[in-house]
Ligand binder design. Sequence first.
Ligand code: UD1
Length: 337
Amino acid sequence: MKKVLITGGAGYIASHTNIELLKGEHELVLIDNFINSSAEALERVQELSGRSITFIKVDLLDSAALDSVFVQHPTIDSVIHFAALKAVGESVEKPLDYYTNNITGSLNLYSAMKKHDVRKIVFSSSATVYGDPDEIPVKEDAPIRATNPYGHTKAMMEQILMDTAKAEDWSVALLRYFNPVGAHDSGQIGEDPNYPNNLLPFVSQVAAGIREKVVIFGDDWDTPDGTGVRDYIHVTDLAKAHVKSLEKLANSSGIHIYNIGTGRGYSVLEMVKAFSEACGHKIPYEIGPRREGDIAEVTGNPAKAKTELGWQAELGLNEMVESAWKWQSQNPHGYNS
Ligand code: UD1
C-alpha cells in the first residue's frame, strides 16, 4: 500500500478524493486545520469506504507540527496538496492573509517534503490562473494571468513547484480545476461552505429555503443568453483525476499540467433551470449587476488529461445538480445538520 499525505484532507474536494483513493491500494494520512471544513466529513468518508484513515490536526503554518507528521509516517510516498484559502473577494480585502496562508503554508510543506525525501505531489490548482483567456476552450499552454490575490497565490504555488521539479527531480502534477460542483452519490458528503460564494452552493441553499433568491450577476454578457458561462465539473470526476495523477507520477518525473473540466459550458440560467428540475420546484431569481472581476465565459480543453492520464469526465449536468440537491436536502445545514 502506498501512503499518501493529503493536506486540507477534510475539505470538499479532498473528501471525495479520499473516497476514490480508498477504493484502491492507498493508505491515507490526512491533515487539516478545520477553518473551512468539518471533522464529520472524515467520519462519513470512513463509513462510506469501510476503511479507517489517519488524521492529524495540523496547520501548514506550523512547520514543526508538519515535520512531525513526516517523522511519524516515514513511508509517506506522495502528497496531494489541497489546503488553501479560496474566496476571491476575501483575498482582495485581506491579501496578506492569503499570501501568508497559501504561500508560506505551501513553502513549509514543500520544505518538509524535501527534508524527508518525498518527491511526488499533486497540486490543487485552478482555472483562475488563466484570468480571462484569449481563446476558449483554454489549453494548458495559455498565458498565466491571474487577476486577484487568490489567483496569484495559485499561480505562485504552481511556479514554486515548477522550479523545484526542475532542480530537485520531483514529479509534479498541477491540476487546474474548472468549476467543481455536485456531491457524492450517497448524499452523505458534499460542499459545506461557511458562506456560499459560488453559484451552485448558493442555488442549493435557495432551493432548500435557507436563502430567499438567487441574484444572477448580469444578463448582458456576450454569451447566448447573456449570463455567464462556465465549465462545471462533477466533484467525483474531479476526485478520479487525482487518482489518475498519482498513477502517472509513479512512473514519470517532471511537471505535468492538466485542465480538469468537461470542455462544455453552461450558463447561469441553464444551471438554475437544471437545478429547478432536480429539486422539483421553481428557484426564485432576479437579475442583478455584474460582479466585479467576473468574465463572460470560460471553458477548458481537457484533451491533454485524456491522452496522458486516461481521464475524462463521465458525469453530466443532471448528475451534478441531482447529487448537489441530494446532499443539500439530506443535510440542509451541511455537516452540522
Ligand atoms: C469562482 C472564482 C474562481 C474559482 C472558482 C471555482 C470569482 C471571481 N472567481 O469562479 O477564482 O476558481 O470560483 O471555485 O469568484 N453567479 C451568479 N450569482 C451568484 C454566484 C455566481 O450569477 O450568486 C455567476 C457568476 O457570475 C458566474 C457563474 O455564476 O458567471 C459562476 O460563478 P462562481 O461559482 O462564483 O464561479 P467563477 O466565477 O467561475
